[in-house]
Design a protein around this ligand. Structure first.
Ligand code: GDP
Ligand code: IMO
Ligand code: MG
Length: 443
């Protein structure tokens, strides 16, 4: 049975946790593919609200094996605290697995994250300060420490000793900070490794065996494709690849083993941190979206920036990720609007753009061109079938399907796991509007 990828289609926080939890009801394995504790995935059930940072969002289904994949960076004590919190609430962690290839976020990574952000001053990225960027940088520079090392004292000591000298020179000489003790870090990591040991596995073997055995495997991405280090709004991005390709790599799934790529999109746009958000609203409409959508970061509590749906960015994501279907979340947030806007192209110096320019300066200057659609002005939160959606909401969904070029198969009308409305097969795009788009001259 081919694997299913669940990925964010925008700038993160689209509702991936909720969708993963819903689809995990009949999944055998859920693998988290990328990111670290910068992620915050919310699940709301009759039993309360759960905020996952490192633990895959399938964990509420006790029959499901949940795997933290090789592409994730893990701060061991953060993971242990999250596990303790879940256990206290009665969540069974017997089937939680951690890849021995996953990289470890070390104490100097959050310190460097903070110091590097301070150095960027006005150009700060607005990271979550969890150390993700520096940890991925060390991974790519081939100086990282992996989960496997936590279980091998000699290897850990050797690698830490090798690494700490350089890190201490950066901390003290570049940033004027006190040096760290390799011995203290070692003791802490060995203790954490001991507590995690029963969960550590060769995750790619587990995942490949599951696929070969016809099991239902879901891959859960963190972040969103607009935060992708290659195709997002660089440099205002995260340090991993929250894309379908990145999902394969991080989860240990081959591209040819993927059957469905489900992108989660909000019915509008949000972003936390700095960087271009072409459809940003800095007016009462933006505030209404923020309050109704409770748009405050799951991990950092920061207010999220809000804006109308950006179909240019969505098309870019749908095409590059081979998105086979879309889950459209937070539709209910738009219940109060007389009119709803959708950005269908950008205008830059009188030239119409239907795609994203690479330069963040250019992207910051584009003027969104909007289609205005009628609102429905009735609550949708109790809607459970497509037929009960207001006609104007159905038209809005139809419009988005054609604008982004992918079918919308589910709509979220509230945070609870029950508040997900399946849509019929007719929600297919009428034509691939991205097939022959106008282009800005390359030069
Ligand atoms: P994730 O990072 O993609 O898992 O998303 P987050 O959990 O960070 O943010 C999504 C927020 O929207 C959470 O507070 C969810 O509980 C909430 N949410 C998800 N789907 C819906 C929906 O359809 N309607 C409403 N009102 N809230 C939703
Ligand atoms: P989930 O999985 C929203 C953003 C940060 C910042 C940028 C880089 O919950 O959707 P980082 O700490 O990764 O170096 O920060 O990326 N960011 C997220 N925004 N949701 C997330 O995760 C995010 N993870 C990182 O706000 O702008
Ligand atoms: Mg989130």
């Amino acid at each position: 049975m081919p694997a299913t990828i669940i990925m964010g289609g925008q700038w993160g926080d689209e509702g991936k946790g909720k969708l993963t939890d819903a689809l995990a009801t009949d999944a055998d394995v859920v693998v988290r593919a990328n990111g670290g504790s910068n992620a915050g995935h919310t699940i709301q059930t009759g039993g309360g609200v759960y905020k996952m940072h490192l633990v895959p969002s399938g964990i509420l289904n006790p029959a499901c094996t949940c795997v933290i994949g090789a592409g994730v960076v893990v701060e061991p004590n953060t993971l242990l605290a999250e596990m303790d919190g879940l256990r206290e609430r009665g969540v069974d962690l017997a089937k939680l697995r951690l890849s021995d290839r996953a990289h470890v976020v070390l104490p100097y990574h959050p310190m460097l994250d903070r110091l590097e952000e301070a150095q960027r001053a006005d150009d700060e990225i607005g990271t979550t300060l969890r150390g993700n960027g520096p940890a991925y940088a060390d991974k790519v520079a081939r100086r990282g420490i992996r989960v496997a090392d936590l279980l091998d004292g000699a290897s850990l000591r050797r690698k830490l000793d090798r690494e700490i000298g350089e890190k201490n020179r950066i901390l003290s000489r570049v940033h004027g900070q006190p040096e760290l003790s390799a011995g203290d870090i070692f003791d802490d990591l060995i203790a954490a490794g001991g507590r995690l040991a029963d969960h550590v596995v060769a995750a790619e073997v587990l995942v490949q065996d599951a696929i070969a055995g016809g099991r239902n495997v879901l891959v859960e991405c963190a972040q969103g494709a607009m935060l992708d280090v290659d195709y997002g709004t660089y440099p205002f991005v995260t340090s991993s690849s929250p894309t379908a390709a990145g999902a394969c790599q991080g989860a240990g799934v081959a591209p040819t083993q993927v059957g469905r790529v489900i992108a989660v999109f909000k019915a509008y746009s949000t972003r936390v941190g700095s960087g271009p958000l072409p459809t940003e609203l800095v007016d009462a409409a933006g505030d209404t979206i923020r309050e109704r959508g409770r748009e405050y970061g799951t991990t950092t509590g920061r207010a999220r920036r809000t804006g109308w749906f950006d179909a240019v960015a969505a098309r870019h994501v749908v095409r590059l990720n081979g998105v086979t279907e879309v889950a459209l979340t937070l539709l209910d947030v738009l219940d109060v609007f007389d009119e709803i806007k959708v950005c269908t192209s950008y205008c830059l110096d009188s030239v119409t753009l239907d795609h994203l320019p690479a330069g963040e300066e250019l992207l910051a200057q584009v003027v969104p061109v909007y289609e205005t659609l009628p609102g429905w002005r009735v609550p949708t939160t109790d809607v459970r079938t497509e037929a009960d959606l207001p006609a104007a909401a159905r038209s809005f969904i139809r419009f988005l399907v054609n604008a982004i070029g992918a079918p919308i198969t589910r709509v979220g009308v509230g945070p609870d796991r029950q508040q997900l409305v399946p849509l019929g097969a007719h929600a297919e795009p009428v034509a691939d509007q991205s097939a022959s788009p106008p282009r800005i001259p390359i030069s």
